[in-house]
Design a protein around this ligand. Structure first.
Ligand SMILES: Nc1ncnc2c1ncn2[C@@H]1O[C@H](COP(=O)(O)OP(=O)(O)O)[C@@H](O)[C@H]1O
Ligand SMILES: [Mg+2]
Length: 277
């Protein structure tokens, strides 16, 4: 099939201010851009709430590509991605799934938390993720050649998966891997200021709190204070909730159900966040 009509390879870069806001941690913008130009798929690893989704949204807009996002879950199967025959009044009609739609139209397809999906799901990515860039659609017999602007991006959180849920080496070796962590303090402060609309002094306290909580909880809790939680606490505070109460609701009680742990974390909040704030 000829997709030249869909070829909008020259990125139509939105004016910088019109891009979804993204503060870079390192070289990830350049790496992603080059991977796109080289038609290499990208794997983004990192903890929850560190900016993976925002980064992909930013890059899609920056490269002038539509974005198709799929949140993977343990029930997701190959047909959910590729498509299926549906019963219509006129008979059965084939309906492309999100992956097929992205490959056909030259969009960026982002599979969020890909390790959650059923094992048979990742295998269908293989011919799309290497030089072939083909999606074999078994049910219709179509060998869909991905349009030039198509890019496959997957993310996962290496922290909380168990061993059974890691990506197979044969899958992961097809991807350029970008390793994300929480941003440096200065970058994270700028993010919190901007995303939550709080003054610099408040953002600074929230980031200091995150540093303390991360040191304390990294071993014990499944997840720790993410940039997302800082932004949520900041937003509650910006809308009129006291900073300590905002941190308790958006960070402490979001992280743990255990009363003793919550009390310990809350003490850290009290120590870091000025009680007068
Ligand atoms: N580098 C960043 N630039 C801008 N905003 C960020 C960044 N990192 C985190 N955020 C903020 O944190 C929130 C959660 O980030 P998100 O991309 O959804 O995390 P992830 O997909 O890694 O779980 C975003 O909505 C945004 O407000
Ligand atoms: Mg995400």
């Amino acid at each position: 099939m000829d997709h030249s009509d869909l070829l909008q390879f020259e990125p139509a870069p939105a004016a910088d201010g019109a891009l979804p806001y993204y503060a870079a941690q390192a070289q990830e913008v350049a790496l992603f851009t080059h991977a796109f130009q080289q038609r290499l798929p990208v794997l983004i690893k990192g903890p929850t709430g560190c900016g993976k989704t925002r980064f992909v949204e930013h890059m899609a807009a920056r490269l002038g590509r539509p974005l198709v996002t799929v949140s993977c879950h343990d029930d997701l199967c190959a047909a959910d991605l590729v498509g299926r025959h549906l019963i219509a009044p006129t008979g059965t009609v084939w309906t492309d799934g999100p992956l097929t739609r992205a490959a056909r139209t030259g969009a960026i397809c982002y599979l969020d938390e890909v390790v959650e999906a059923r094992k048979d799901t990742t295998v269908i990515l293989h011919p799309l993720a290497d030089d072939r860039r083909v999606l074999p659609i078994e049910r219709t017999g179509e060998q869909l050649a991905a349009a030039p602007g198509f890019m496959l991006v997957v993310s996962y959180n290496p922290g909380y998966q168990n061993l059974l849920k890691s990506l197979k080496p044969s899958t992961r070796q097809r991807f350029v891997a970008l390793n994300f962590g929480y941003p440096d303090a200065a970058v994270e402060q700028a993010i919190v200021e901007r995303e939550a609309g709080v003054p610099a002094a408040v953002a600074q306290q929230l980031v200091a709190l995150a540093g303390a909580l991360r040191r304390l909880t990294e071993q014990d809790l499944e997840e720790t204070a993410s940039t997302r939680l800082l932004v949520m606490a900041g937003r509650l505070h910006a809308s009129g909730i006291g900073l300590h109460a905002a941190c308790r609701a958006a960070i402490v009680d979001a992280l743990t159900d255990d009363a003793d742990t919550a009390a310990a974390l809350d003490e850290v909040v009290g120590a870091v966040v000025a009680p007068a704030a």
